[in-house]
Design a binder for this molecule. Structure first.
Ligand SMILES: [Zn+2]
Length: 154
């Protein structure tokens, strides 16, 4: 999934929590930002393989290759177990911190481990950044934007 999809999905869940008075908008945004940051492991894998630092080169490499090859421990069971422990510890200490952390990490993992579609992906180039998106991800992003508007303006 693309960063914007992770961002919007986490933001939607967090904004629902805002609607219930459990988080502020600022913390909802922080949760969404953190949900994108979880993919930082792709950058380390890229750097190890390519010995380059450029962001666009990294982006395009990640877009063109199989995402699953670029996941480091954060995306596997050791990271999941660590996240569960952190989540449990935060739950005991601070509800808002617990919600921000849990929403970001677990929403990210949920999207990453959804079954993949075998349909051909749409290929786009935006300012030199390659985007290969399935029609489902495009529809999902659209639905997330609509739901976010509903949560915030109804
Ligand atoms: Zn990921």
């Amino acid at each position: 999934m693309y960063p914007k999809t992770h961002f919007l999905f986490a933001l939607l869940i967090a904004e629902v929590l805002v609607a219930f008075g459990l988080l502020s908008h600022a913390l909802a945004f922080a949760a969404a930002f953190l949900a994108v940051l979880i993919d930082i492991d792709h950058y380390f894998v890229f750097f190890r393989k390519k010995k380059k630092l450029g962001f666009r080169a990294f982006w395009n490499y990640t877009a063109e290759s199989d995402d699953r090859d670029q996941r480091a421990f954060i995306h596997h069971w050791p990271g999941f177990a660590a996240a569960l422990l952190i989540s449990a510890a935060l739950f005991l200490v601070n509800t808002a911190a617990f919600l921000v952390f849990s929403v970001s990490y677990f929403s990210h993992m949920l999207l990453d481990y959804l079954p993949r579609t075998k349909r051909k992906k749409q290929r786009m180039r935006v300012f030199g950044f390659v985007m290969l998106m399935s029609v489902y991800e495009i529809m999902f992003v659209f639905a997330l934007v609509v739901l976010l508007l509903l949560v915030n303006f109804l």
